[in-house]
Design a protein around this ligand. Sequence first.
Ligand code: CA
Length: 294
Amino acid sequence: MKEKVLIVEDDLSLSRMLQINLEKEGYIVQVAKDGPRALAVASYELPDLIILDVGLPGLDGFAVAEALKKDLRTRYIPIIMLTAYSGLKDKLTGFEKGVEDYIPKPFDLPELLARVKAVLKRAGRRKVIDELTGFPGENEIREEFEKKISENQPTALIFIEVKEDYPKGKELQKVLKKVSEVLWSVLDPEREIASYLGGKKFALLTTPIRAMQICVPIIRKFERLQGKSFEGKLRVVGEESEEGAHLLLAVVTSEELIKDYRGAKERAEEMLEKARSMAGSVWLDFKQFAREIR
Ligand code: CA
């Protein structure tokens, strides 16, 4: 499959030259001439790489990169920054990940093409985005969770598992696609992260308060997508053994003295084990779980 490159550059003769040469290399190329357009195209097209000029009218390249990094959909897209400024290296070192590389202007074309290739190769190896669900893999949520824990921020993980009696193969893929649609529709990409953990599992990182608020909507939306209704009482239990796919949710929060992601996952696994034996879609938080097992 051809890789997509987005060029963000207000100098049209330069972007044209880049476009022609990148297309020669076999890439699909799009061009945006300012920041707002770049953000719109990036979130819609999800390019594999963005070549981003720093000097743009209005929203400059740094602001664009920052906005891209804040959005869950675009935060993993590697960026190569183009700049005519000197002393940029210092500015970029404070910039964390997200900017993979920078190239001072004027640049040497073969050099730029080589860097494009190298960055895409690196990004391809990581393969953070799962194609079916649109979510990154488990590493992302693990790292983010442990970062929040180390900063003593109140944090919650919602582990989500599909419980299904019949779906296999393609059917299961459809169900996973529905789950991801639901998660995309509830999550706030500026504050929350979701990952696809593989198999039938997802996880969502949020705050403890939000976690309590969004479990029922997640289940409800999912059941509705399948043409069912879920009269969610607070906390547990869906309908009596209904056929088809259901969702099991286990909420683990930093308030329960969880030290790391692994600990959270083990705790959630115990909860999911219990949830699997219950009818319909279920969500459990730890307090509920602790009461239940007593
Ligand atoms: Ca410029």
